[in-house]
Design a protein around this ligand. Sequence first.
Ligand SMILES: C[S@@+](CC[C@H](N)C(=O)[O-])C[C@H]1O[C@@H](n2cnc3c(N)ncnc32)[C@H](O)[C@@H]1O
Length: 212
Amino acid sequence: MSARHSDAHAALWPSLGLTVLDGDRTPLDLDELFGDRAPKVLEIGFGMGDTLAATAAAEPGRDFLGIEVHTPGIGNLLAEVQDQKLSNVRVARGDAMQLVHRLAPGSLDAVHIFFPDPWPKARHHKRRLVQPANVALLRDRLRPGGVLHCATDWPDYAEAMAATLDADPGLELLDHDRAGRPETKFERRGAGAGRPITDLRYRRRTGNRSSA
Ligand SMILES: C[S@@+](CC[C@H](N)C(=O)[O-])C[C@H]1O[C@@H](n2cnc3c(N)ncnc32)[C@H](O)[C@@H]1O
């Protein structure tokens, strides 16, 4: 981490940070974590956190929880939180799905998965984040009407994502709008290499009570 990142980490991690341990199933109350009852957005794999910080600054009425495994990214997000004086951000370190298991059904207003690792080799596809069991769990944690927003610059992953999301009975396609999503480093890299950017926004159907 740079000095800026480690200073922000030292100052903010004790109050804003959460370490997610594999296998820990202790329920996590998001209203308690943020100290308010605002709608909650989870961003999975926030990278350097620029998108999360920009969105949190633009939407002070919603709370944003980001999870990453990449330490410099966590430091950068905390530095942005410090510089921009954001009070609606919390930062988790660890595996995203371990965290999602601990959330209450219906507790999320939205889930953001922007440019997840594409795992281009077929034998690694099972490591992809957007796969049926993970989607079922994420859908269960969304409130009815809540939105799962995915974006990718890998056409075959976009196709696989759409097939997986279409196959989940509790989700319905909302649109392909980027919905104000700020451009990320990975998006610029993909677009620079000539790859098309796909946004997929699905909504949890209302009246769906199925549990993952
Ligand atoms: C290709 S990068 C994209 C980062 C960022 N969303 C962007 O668009 O710039 C994917 C990120 O997801 C993180 N990641 C992958 N699997 C994860 C998991 N299971 N839990 C948390 N973070 C994860 C990686 O560490 C990496 O930073």
